[in-house]
Write a protein that binds this ligand. Structure first.
Ligand code: NDP
Length: 451
């Protein structure tokens, strides 16, 4: 990685001034601007038109109150967010996150990343993101439903299948999407299938959407490994998290012959030298919504649990690491431990899970490194396929949808690879993804005038 070109430094300074106290957003902008020096050297008109400044400023930010009543009859208040970042390429598109850490800076960083990610898919979707500081852990089904309904009572006026199309993210899966879509339908008196993605098959969802982010990251890393003439076969793999992205990463890696030996949640990690038992993991996390220690307890002698305060999942030796939990979960220290243990490829399933220091450690050590905005784009790409099926009132087979996903991931890989080479940094997927994503959005914005 390199520093920021001096022509771009005032842009970052202004972003920091205007968005004070939002470190994750500053970090995401910093990382993209680091790559853009080479673009403005080649195409100075991007500076004249203030395209970079415009791309860093969301088109619209919505913050609202979400009042709801818990099971004890007590009124609870949460805060809701939707940041409609950029619509140059299509309707705003990006998930909703429910987690107590959510604030406007986190939603902004995710919306910013989403804009470039969506551009990389080559599909007609703009960038947006939303969520709430609501903590779903320990809440009953009824509480989740009332919360989702209250959120949508406000948010519905800002959405539409041609305007803004949310989906899931941390804490938001099929159940929550169902409740939000149900309330949207009721308020609008309109079955607008394309206003939400990640829907269940029963009411307009797409096959392979649930699996898409994890499968997509697995395909991306497979393509990177292939550039070195190797594959997953027989390799030790560590996946962090045990939610949607992690589970389907593990499934696909195993199908390609990789051996996943550890996964985690916020309470700690499990190590299972005979390979993670996916059916048990799904039962514990997906069906029963229990903690990861329960996996180790039920698996018996094969596995053991290490609490978060006693160590990091990245201490487990592996050749491929796929961080799939949350931002900044993999530090410089973790990266050094991974490099020491012989890691050769890292694919970010989560958004910005590696700190800038960790990314530098990997790149300096010659580790193949896939940034989230490229590697985890399979989820949103399949969401765009869901919108396509909704618009044509069609429903594709799993095989057909997965084949499209695999092609899209291959294209994203090749685009990032070729762009890095074109701009004089062969093998730098961070630079390739940032430049390719930026150029597609910036070109569309240029053609649309000063908007
Ligand atoms: P889930 O809610 O299904 O799972 C999240 C997992 O990460 C859980 O195991 C959770 O553990 C863990 N986690 C969350 N926050 C923290 C934290 N602060 N510290 C440690 N562990 C944490 O979410 P997803 O799998 O959908 O999302 C995971 C990542 O992938 C996110 O970064 C998301 O933005 C990204 N992503 C998701 C896409 C999708 O299609 N779902 C698409 C593209 C990116 P616990 O249960 O203990 O909280």
């Amino acid at each position: 990685m390199m520093g920021i070109d001096e022509k771009l430094q005032p842009i970052l300074a202004e972003v920091k001034r205007r968005n004070a106290g939002e470190p994750e957003f500053h970090q995401a902008v910093h990382e993209v601007l680091e790559s853009l020096g080479r673009v403005v050297a080649k195409h100075p008109h991007y500076l004249d038109l203030a395209l970079i400044e415009r791309i860093c400023e969301p088109e619209r930010q919505i913050i609202f109150r979400i009042p709801w009543v818990d099971d004890h009859g007590k009124v609870q208040i949460n805060r809701g967010f939707r940041v409609q970042f950029n619509s140059a390429l299509g309707p705003y598109k990006g998930g909703m996150r429910f987690h107590p850490s959510v604030n406007v800076g986190i939603i902004k960083f995710l919306g910013f990343e989403q804009t470039f990610k969506n551009a990389l898919t080559g599909m007609p979707i703009g960038g947006g993101k939303g969520g709430s500081d609501f903590d779903p852990k320990g809440r009953s089904d009824g509480e989740i439903m009332r919360f989702c309904q209250s959120l949508m009572t406000e948010l519905h006026r800002h959405l539409g299948d041609q305007t803004d199309v949310p989906a899931g993210d941390i804490g938001v899966g099929g159940r929550e999407i169902g409740y939000m879509f149900g309330q949207y339908k009721r308020l609008n008196n309109r079955f607008e299938a394309g206003v939400f993605t990640g829907k269940a098959l029963a009411y307009g969802g797409s096959r392979a959407r649930t699996e898409a982010t994890g499968y997509g990251n697995t395909y991306f890393v497979q393509a990177m490994l292939a550039t070195k003439g190797t594959s997953y076969d027989g390799k030790r793999v560590v996946v962090s998290g045990s939610g949607n992205v992690a589970i389907y990463t593990i499934e696909k890696v195993q199908s390609f012959g990789g051996k996943v030996v550890a996964c985690s949640d916020s309470s700690g990690y499990v190590i299972d030298e005979s390979g993670i038992d996916l059916a048990l993991l799904k039962e514990v996390k997906d069906v029963r919504r229990e903690r990861i220690s329960e996996y180790a307890r039920r698996r018996g002698a094969d596995a053991h649990f290490v609490p978060a305060e006693k160590g990091s999942v990245w201490d487990v030796a592996c050749q491929v690491a796929m961080p799939s939990a949350t931002q900044n979960e993999l530090s410089g220290k973790d990266a050094r431990a991974l490099v020491k243990n012989g890691v050769m490829a890292v694919g970010e399933g989560a958004n910005m899970p590696c700190t800038p220091e960790a990314v530098k450690v990997f790149q300096d050590a010659g580790v193949l490194f896939a940034p989230g905005k490229a590697a985890n784009a399979g989820g949103v790409a399949t969401s765009a396929l869901e919108m396509q099926q909704n618009a044509s009132r069609d429903s594709w087979t799993f095989e057909q949808t997965e084949a499209r996903l695999a092609t899209i991931m291959r294209n994203i890989h090749d685009t990032c690879h070729a762009t890095a080479e074109e701009y004089g940094a062969p093998g730098d997927y961070v630079l390739g993804a940032n430049i390719a994503g930026f150029v597609r959005v910036a070109e569309a914005m240029r053609m649309l005038g000063v908007i």
